[in-house]
Design a protein around this ligand. Structure first.
Ligand SMILES: C[S@@+](CC[C@H](N)C(=O)[O-])C[C@H]1O[C@@H](n2cnc3c(N)ncnc32)[C@H](O)[C@@H]1O
Length: 283
């Protein structure tokens, strides 16, 4: 898969995604399994862990998410990157406040245009936050960027090369049970369990992720672990999550992230990494 990507020229995530792991990836380094067969990422989002793992050897990646527009975008990057780049260049030329709000309500007719619209809105919207209302309409206001990098040519081409042999599908997380086998590696990065009643951002789309979903995910984690799949999961540092995964290895990661909407009360918080496998060098 990666023979065309030079050692020093790895792609980065081409989308900014709420809850994305790019800033934490250096801290995750020691927790990945040393070797594994297939790699599964069932809550793909911006795919920070997939892009990081390209530095290692992945024989096959299976990348899935419940968000159909997101998956369409990854497929277009994989299959039609040059046509996508041409459409993004057009968005770049036309970008303005009026144009942004017009695109926000536009329903595109084909997959490539849908993908270009998603990347355009993602690069120009407030904080790269993917949020839909109950009708499934993207409703984030424009961000304050002087010159947003709407069409990052070289990164899109590198990402396309990296995705060539990846399987990319719309799936809910539990479907990984139909595929995950002994010695595979599954990384789960679900919408987090809220740390407080004021931080209840658990809905990246019209699909909510409540306590029942967190419990269903734990059950999937347990079943995979029993099969000998190496499983890793990120979530909030809360007693609810600690209790759900108390039979596994739980590590604390410093998130360096503010969670309180009141700037004066903001402080750095911790997150959890849970693994089904033992990490030898952890101290
Ligand atoms: C925290 S984000 C993942 C961020 C990603 N790891 C990154 O680095 O950008 C969570 C993702 O889970 C997806 N999601 C929510 N509910 C889901 C479900 N039931 N099955 C699969 N994916 C789901 C959302 O669409 C979102 O992309």
């Amino acid at each position: 898969m990666l023979s065309e990507i030079s050692k020093h020229n790895f792609p980065r995530p081409f989308l900014k995604w709420a809850g994305g792991k790019s800033r934490l990836i250096q801290q995750y380094f020691n927790y990945f399994p040393i070797d594994f067969k297939n790699y599964y990422e069932p809550f793909l989002g911006g795919g920070a862990v997939f892009f990081h793992l390209l530095h290692h050897k992945i024989s096959k990646a299976i990348l899935t998410d419940i968000n159909a527009e997101l998956i369409t975008t990854y497929r277009c990057v994989r299959d039609n990157v040059e046509e996508l780049i041409n459409l993004l260049k057009e968005h770049e030329i036309q970008h303005s406040k009026d144009y942004y709000y017009r695109m926000r309500t536009t329903i595109e007719s084909n997959e490539l245009k849908k993908a270009a619209r998603l990347i355009y809105l993602n690069k120009t919207c407030f904080n790269g936050l993917y949020r839909e209302n109950s009708k499934g309409e993207f409703n984030v206001p424009i961000g304050r960027y002087k010159k947003p990098n709407i069409c990052d040519l070289s990164n899109l081409r590198l990402a396309s090369t990296a995705l060539q042999s990846a399987e990319i599908e719309v799936r809910s997380f539990e479907e990984v049970l139909n595929y995950g086998k002994n010695k595979d590696f599954v990384y789960f990065d679900p919408p987090y369990y809220p740390v407080s009643s004021t931080s209840n951002f658990t809905s990246y789309s019209r699909y909510a992720f409540d306590e029942n979903e967190q419990c269903r995910l734990r059950d999937v984690f347990v079943e995979l672990a029993e099969r000998g799949v190496k499983v890793m999961l990120s979530n909030s540092d809360t007693s609810f999550i600690r209790n759900l995964y108390k039979d596994f290895h739980i590590y604390t990661i410093s998130a360096g992230r503010a969670i309180n909407s009141n700037a004066k009360k903001r402080g750095k918080i911790n997150e959890l990494l849970v693994t089904s496998y033992f990490i030898k060098d952890y101290c």
